[in-house]
Design a protein around this ligand. Structure first.
Ligand SMILES: Nc1nc(=O)c2c([nH]1)NC[C@@H]1CN(c3ccc(C(=O)N[C@@H](CCC(=O)O)C(=O)O)cc3)C=[N+]21
Ligand SMILES: [Mg+2]
Length: 293
């Protein structure tokens, strides 16, 4: 029996509705409209898709948004000046610096410059530290979106073997943290391109999250029958392969083995945007004086 597909668009729509309700109550109570500022350096087609989806989603949820574009040739100090300006602007609650950045820019230095209370991506070391100590301020958007998908699909994680394929700061590491946390209670293995006998490690998984950034990397022989497979990859295929979007999972083959599976597009991507909206509201709450709730 082929895998049940997990409908990320539907789960994200329901999640965004809840955010919208909470934004309306917050704005009613405080008179403040949460605002997300996105900073984009240069032109990258994948970034353009994401930024467009994000702005549309903000608008629907009652969140203000602004786009701050710098040329591809911008210097690090140009970008830091932009970030500092947004840090100091009381009408801006969340700041997202779109990655990747051009090579003349030190990505880490820029992410470190974002005010921790405005760090809706949860990339600042203070927020990563809080997350790793199980007292998160913001949810890491993509990993938290994955947890929502698992929960919506009724996938049990407690006591299960979870394997995270990929060790990035953006997805792999925070993903492992969320699966390990009390409440989720998985036994977590993080593996990567240098892992010995990678296929055998992946085959141990009851829950398998593919976030390695290589199109169709996870093949059917790496998946135990019945496993829940979450595909975080967003890879643009070359023109000769149709130029479409492919995940990190060899979808057609893995679908025959997995118990449940997220598609790309329509899986994790929409959830990433939905959690970003929730974080923007959280940021506005943290920066707005007065009684919480
Ligand atoms: N600071 C920062 N934070 C990020 O969260 C971040 C980033 N930089 N840089 C780029 C990646 C990529 N990313 C996506 C999120 C959603 C979709 C998305 O909504 N995808 C839809 C549509 C895809 C399509 O139609 O092309 C889907 O999967 O169904 C795509 C890509 C966030 N990223
Ligand atoms: Mg997707």
């Amino acid at each position: 029996m082929p895998a049940t597909l997990i409908d990320g668009k539907a789960v994200a729509a329901a999640y965004r509705d809840r955010v919208q309700t909470d934004v309306a109550a917050f704005t009613q109570r405080t008179g403040v409209t949460p605002h997300l500022a996105a900073v984009v350096v240069g032109e990258n087609p994948a970034s353009a898709v994401y930024v467009r989806n994000k702005q549309r989603a903000c608008e629907k949820a009652g969140i203000g948004s602004s786009l701050h574009t710098l040329p591809a040739t911008a210097s690090q100090s140009d970008l830091l000046t932009c970030v500092h300006g947004l840090n100091d602007d009381p009408t801006v609650h969340g700041i997202l610096v779109q990655l990747p950045l051009p090579e003349q820019i030190d990505e880490r230095a820029v992410l470190d410059a974002v005010a921790p209370l405005k760090d809706v991506d949860c990339f600042h070391p203070e927020n990563v530290g809080l997350l790793s100590q199980a007292r998160p301020r913001f949810a890491p958007c993509t990993p938290a979106g994955v947890m929502e998908l698992l929960s919506a699909a009724g996938v049990e994680t407690s006591g299960k073997r979870a394997v995270v394929l990929g060790r990035s700061e953006i997805v792999g590491k925070p993903m492992a943290m969320l699966l390990l946390a009390r409440g989720a209670d998985a036994t977590v293995t993080v593996c990567h391109s240098r892992t010995a006998d990678l296929a055998a490690v992946c085959r141990e998984a009851d829950v398998l999250v593919a976030a390695i950034g290589r199109a169709k990397f996870l093949t059917a022989d790496m998946v135990k029958p019945g496993t829940a497979v979450i595909d975080v990859g967003i890879n643009r295929l070359p023109e000769e392969e149709g130029g479409g979007l492919a995940g990190d999972v060899d979808f057609d083959a893995v679908r025959e083995v997995a118990g449940s599976l997220t598609p790309v597009p329509g899986g994790v991507g929409p959830m990433t945007v939905a959690v970003l909206l929730r974080n923007t509201l959280t940021a506005a709450e943290l920066q707005t004086a007065g009684e919480p709730g």
